[in-house]
Design a binder for this molecule. Structure first.
Ligand code: IFM
Length: 448
């Protein structure tokens, strides 16, 4: 059954949320004893961030968080996905916790719960304490243990109130953009490091899951970004290149986490070889999880090309609609993603923890609201795509729009606007867009 908003019905128990991440919205980067992170340093280097945008004050959420909780409440969400800044909690990345950093998140969690909004907390969304980055970052084999120590501090401080946890946001982006693409810190182009970085991220996930089970009851899982790969033609070369790049991105984390092994195709075809990681580490990585969280934005069409990392190139899709990120709008890819995950890993509970569109919008609204029909169409079509996957057997339990607010889109700065709520980065003023009202109506329909 479809409602007047064009969005099909979802179960009454469905989780409706919006998502953000610490570095992208908080600002006040060194407040209350916080230490520097790789991202705070990187963003301060001339030329790293488009148009010289800065993350501080950015959305200024560290000071305006009450307003943001009000916005979530007004929207009617029953969940909010946020991440914690590790360097607020352990300013050096190791050692005793900083109580003032923990207090900030504790107050935020309490305020959400008072409004009936369930916090979904991501332990790490890319901003790594600078001393750990200086020690080699995720290439360093001690990082998984450091991460588990940090996770333990957080579980002890917030785990009496937070039920829903995820470990590391989009480990593929950390490994690829930082160590092959050279566009995120540490800005390297070292394909030989990629397997090690990926493995340490997975091991950190597994160690944190184990620490969680020892400390708390609750739910924990990984967050992966999945971009389904489609061959540009039926040629055996294009089909094989598509399988290679799918393994290098989409299966790289979920295969070891859920099946206990790396994709064989990676071990056979990754340039320079794929290391034989110890069985005991794979066992840790496979620590049982309660759900898989999926971030979905687009697909990729792939052809064989010897110049690519695994002999592939992405082919632009002519004539298709794209967002301001240059990403093709392709809701069918979300249905396929959810169906493929269910087929490959079994009927695991799934949450869509990010989905949304960056669009070209004015920097300042001059006091007026903002009509964003393209974002509404994007959300509507992707919700329809999720419903179809559920009808075909995928166990999808919740959906989070990326993002609550326009925010700091990493190396692309504040120019890329993903928010349901417009942010004027000069004044900090928040203004709900038409898509925020649309989302409110969609949620209201299932919650009243
Ligand atoms: O803004 C990012 C987010 O930090 C991680 N997932 C993708 C979003 C849009 O690029």
């Amino acid at each position: 059954m479809t409602s007047p908003s064009g969005v099909p019905r979802f179960p009454d128990s469905f989780v409706w949320g919006a998502a953000t991440s610490a570095f992208q919205i908080e600002g006040s980067l060194d407040a209350d004893g916080a230490g520097p992170s790789d991202w705070s340093r990187f963003a301060a280097e001339p030329g790293r961030i488009r148009n010289g945008s800065t993350a501080d004050p950015g959305c200024d959420h560290y000071r305006r968080w009450r307003e943001d909780v009000d916005l979530l409440d007004w929207m009617g969400v029953n969940a909010y996905r946020l991440s914690l800044a590790w360097s607020r909690i352990q300013p050096q990345g190791t050692g005793a916790p900083n109580p003032r950093g923990l207090d900030f998140y504790s107050r935020l969690v309490d305020a959400l719960l008072e409004r009936g909004i369930e916090p979904f907390v991501t332990l790490h969304h890319w901003d790594l304490p600078a001393p750990l980055a200086d020690a080699g970052g995720w290439r360093n084999a001690t990082l998984p243990g450091r991460f588990a120590d940090y996770a333990r501090i957080v579980f002890r401080a917030l785990g009496d109130r937070v039920t829903w946890w995820s470990t590391i946001n989009e480990p593929w982006v950390i490994a690829y953009a930082g160590w092959i693409g050279g566009v995120h810190p540490p800005a390297l182009r070292e394909p030989a490091s990629y397997p090690w970085v990926a493995h340490h991220l997975s091991l950190a996930h597994g160690e944190a899951v184990r620490a969680f089970r020892a400390e708390r009851e609750g739910r924990i899982g990984p967050v992966v970004n999945i971009e389904p790969k489609y061959p540009a033609s039926d040629s055996p070369e294009d089909v094989a290149a598509t399988a290679r790049v799918d393994a290098t991105m989409n299966r790289l984390f979920l295969d070891p986490m859920l099946l206990g092994r790396y994709p064989r195709i990676l071990r056979e075809t990754y340039p320079g070889g794929w290391p034989d990681f110890p069985a005991a580490e794979l066992e840790t990585i496979r620590a049982p999880v309660d759900f898989v969280a999926v971030n979905y934005y687009t697909r990729a069409v792939v052809r064989a090309d010897p110049a690519g990392l695994v002999g592939e190139a992405a082919v632009p899709v002519e004539g298709a609609a794209h967002t301001d990120m240059g990403w093709e709008i392709f809701p069918e890819g979300l249905t396929r993603t959810l169906e493929d995950l269910t087929a490959r890993y079994g009927r695991v509970p799934l949450y869509i923890t990010e989905n949304g569109a960056a669009l070209r919008e004015p920097e300042s609204l001059n006091g007026n609201g903002l009509e964003d029909p393209e974002r509404i169409a994007y959300l509507r079509s992707h919700l329809g795509a999720i419903r179809r996957a559920m009808d075909h057997g995928a166990d999808v339990r919740g959906y989070f729009v990326w993002s609550l607010l326009d925010n700091f889109e990493w190396a692309l700065g504040t120019e890329k606007r993903f928010g349901l709520v417009h942010v004027d980065f000069t004044t900090g003023r928040r203004t709900p867009k038409a898509s925020a009202r649309f989302y409110r109506d969609v949620i209201g329909r299932t919650t009243d």
